[in-house]
Design a protein around this ligand. Sequence first.
Ligand code: SF4
Length: 365
Amino acid sequence: MILPQIERRVTRVVKAGTLTIGSDAPVSIQSMTNTPTSDTSATIAQIERLASAGAELVRVAVPGKSDTASLGEIVRNSPVPVAADVHFHFDRALEAIDAGVAKIRLNPGNIKDRHQVRQVISAARDAKVAIRVGVNEGSIVERTDESLRRADLNRPLDELMEIKLAEYLEVFEEEGFCDLVLSAKSHDAFTCLAAYRRLATRWDYPLHLGVTHAGTAQTGAIRTAAALGGLLGEGIGDTIRISYAGDPVNEVLAGAELLASLRLRPRRGIELIACPTCGRLQTDITDVVEQVRVELGDIRQPLKVAIMGCVVNGPGEAESADVALCAGKGKAMIYRRGRKVRTVTADEMISAVVDEVRSLCSEQA
Ligand code: SF4
C-alpha cells in the first residue's frame, strides 16, 4: 500500500548554521525561549529542553545590550542553531551576528532606515548568517508607513502585508542578498493562509510559517493547525513555529505532531490513539489516556498505542496498534500487535500499557 505524500514547493535553499531550510530539506521545527536572554544559564537550559523535545532552531529575544552580551555563551552551548529576534534596534542585529548566531529575524515595521538595514546585510553576508524578514499583521494595522498610507487601504490585509514585505525586500535585492526566509504572520488563521499563499506565488525564498498571538494552548493549537495544516497540505512552508502561551516545549511537541500527521516528518515517539468515549463506555479511560501520555513521554520509538473504551471498536483498533487497551467492565484486555496478551483490573490499566510499551521498546532496541 502506497500512502499519499505532500508535494513540497521548490524554493531556494538557505542555511542557518547546520540547519538547511527550503526545497527538499525536511520542514523544520522552531521554537522561542521565554527566559530573559540576559539570564544565560536559564536560556541555555531552556534551549536544551526545547532541542531534546525536537526543536531544530531556537530563537531568542534580544531587546537589550545585556541580552546580546549573553549570546556568545548561549550559541557556544546550544545543541541547535540559535536565531536572534531583533526589534527596533539594528545595533542588536549587528551584536547578535558578532556573537555567532545562525540567523536573525528582522521586522520591516520596526527597522526602517535603509542605511541601517544595509549594515546588517553586510555583516550577515560576511558571517554567513541567514535573515528572516517577518512582516506581522500588527505593523500593517498601525499603517504608520508612507507606502501604506498611499496604498489603497481597502485592499485585503494579506495584500497589504505582501506590499509591505515587497517594499522591505527591495534593499536586500539591491544588495544581492538571497539568504532570506520570509514570513507573514497574523493572529487570524484565514489571513495567514491568504498571506502565505501570496508569498509562495511571488517569491522563491523559503517560508517560515506561524500564527502570531495565537493565545492559549487550546486556541493556539487549533488556529495554528488550521493555518499551517492548510498551507503545509498545499506544499507551502519550510520551517514552522507553533506559538502559544505557556511552556515552549509544548509548542515543539505540537509542531512535531502536526508534521508527523501530514507525513512531512517521521513520527518521533508514541502515536496515541484514544477513543473519544461515548455512552457505551464501561470503564472511564480519560485519566488513563493522559497518564499513559505523560508516562511514555520519553519514548522516541514511533509506536502506535490505542486506548479504547469498550469492545465495540477496541479489538478492531488493536489490530493496527503496537499496544492496545480495550476496556471492559472493571477490567481491560491488553493487546500487543493485534494479539490479546492479558486481562488486567481497572487499577492495573495504566501500568499494564506502560509496561507493555516499554517491553516492546527494549525488544526493538
Ligand atoms: Fe464509544 Fe466504545 Fe467507541 Fe469508545 S470505543 S467511542 S466507548 S463505542
